[in-house]
Design a protein around this ligand. Structure first.
Ligand SMILES: C[S@@+](CC[C@H](N)C(=O)[O-])C[C@H]1O[C@@H](n2cnc3c(N)ncnc32)[C@H](O)[C@@H]1O
Length: 358
């Protein structure tokens, strides 16, 4: 049972409710520690103090038929605001200091990295995430690195539902995906947008390692007249890509192709592209010749990604791209952008390079 507290309040007809709450909020008058009461046709809004005559005049200018009174109100029960708040009396301070600082949210799934010393408390941490972030349905702990051809990771469900399929929204697009079957990272959100916003109407794009479609579908949503060939070798990624093409209404503009990017380009997509996206940073260097083969004979843009270690990570990525393009018998006319996308391990970064290739 909630504790009751006596407070000044304003009684208002429900039809003025929204307007009154907005105005009282603006005047910082609402007592937010107490719950607003619903009395059928009327609302009782708890206020911090009886307003001065000037404030009162202001309020009555905007709201008709208001009454002041005193009433008992239930106290709002506030949930913890952070996982530290929730765990503060459940874990010793030296362990609180090791709690994960960043949580990735993918649809209604939260992904955390549990440090070794917190391993025995991981289910408690999962419970804390569910308590703090109300829209989260499952909490997954990373239980290995991103690996294999499909670039997927092992996860352990540490709280909530076992179902790891979700619907994630990014830049107004909707992506169905299952984190246990396909690659997806919300940390690439800006990169998806940065590349998509460079595409012009009329372009043909080859997305060599498309996953569930975050580059391809956004490009098709942002431009009315584009054609994107989206290749992936993982049948589950192509399954979700097809569903996402339909969900986002970009049928005919994004063409999903299951297969190895080199083979697909060699057999179906030679010399057709104005732009090629190579988001396989682990191995993109091995595919530069295939990317060059996809470009129109007049050339085009390559968006190249590579994991690079210190020292000089950007220079290392640039060198791989320049050498790869030269080995394919082409040359780089201009480097358009070079940037660090994110840190992926100590002294190791994902680098992006946009280059115009002839
Ligand atoms: C790092 S993920 C990128 C997915 C997507 N571009 C994104 O931003 O979420 C790389 C993708 O490349 C796919 N892949 C790996 N090797 C491939 C190949 N040889 N040909 C086509 N796709 C490949 C994987 O299945 C994976 O979905």
């Amino acid at each position: 049972m909630n504790r009751l507290v006596r407070s000044h309040c304003i009684k208002i007809h429900k039809r003025f409710g929204e307007k009154a709450i907005r105005l009282l909020n603006k005047l910082s008058l609402i007592n937010k520690d107490l719950k607003i009461l619903n009395l059928g046709d009327h609302l009782l809004i708890p206020i911090k103090e009886k307003p001065s005559n000037t404030v009162l005049n202001e309020i009555s200018k905007h709201i008709e038929e208001l009454e002041f009174s005193l009433h008992e109100f239930p106290v709002r029960v506030k949930g913890p605001k952070t996982i530290v708040d929730y765990l503060e009396d459940k874990l010793p301070p030296y362990l609180l200091a090791s709690l994960p600082r960043s949580i990735d949210f993918i649809g209604d799934i939260a992904v955390v990295e549990i440090p070794e010393e917190l391993e025995p408390h991981k289910y408690l941490i999962g419970e804390a995430v569910l308590k703090v972030y109300k829209r989260v349905r499952s909490v997954l702990a990373k239980s290995g690195a991103v690996r294999g051809t499909y670039r997927v990771r092992d996860y352990e469900v540490i709280a909530g539902s076992d179902n790891t399929e979700t619907l994630h929204k990014e830049h107004g697009c909707k992506y169905y995906l299952d984190l246990r079957k396909v690659y997806f990272s919300p940390r690439l959100s800006y990169e998806h947008y940065r590349v998509a916003s460079q595409v012009h109407d009329g372009e043909v794009v080859v997305d060599m390692f498309a996953g569930v479609g975050p580059f391809s579908i956004l490009i098709a949503k942002m431009r009315s007249n584009v054609l994107v060939y989206s290749i992936d070798i993982n049948p589950d990624a192509i399954g979700y890509l097809k569903r996402n093409i339909y969900t986002n209404g970009v049928e005919g503009k994004v063409i999903p192709i299951l297969g190895d990017a080199r083979e697909v380009i060699g057999t179906r997509l030679t010399h057709i592209a104005d732009r090629v996206i190579m988001n396989l940073p682990e191995k993109a260097a091995e595919f530069i010749d295939a990317a060059c083969m996809a470009l129109k004979p007049s050339g085009g843009i390559i968006h190249y990604y590579q994991f690079s270690e210190a020292p000089y990570p950007i220079e290392k990525a640039r060198e791989s791209l320049i050498n790869g393009v030269a080995s394919a018998g082409k040359f780089i006319e201009a480097i358009l952008t070079e940037r660090v996308v994110r840190e992926v391990a100590p002294y190791k970064w994902q680098i992006a390079i946009d280059a115009r290739v002839r």
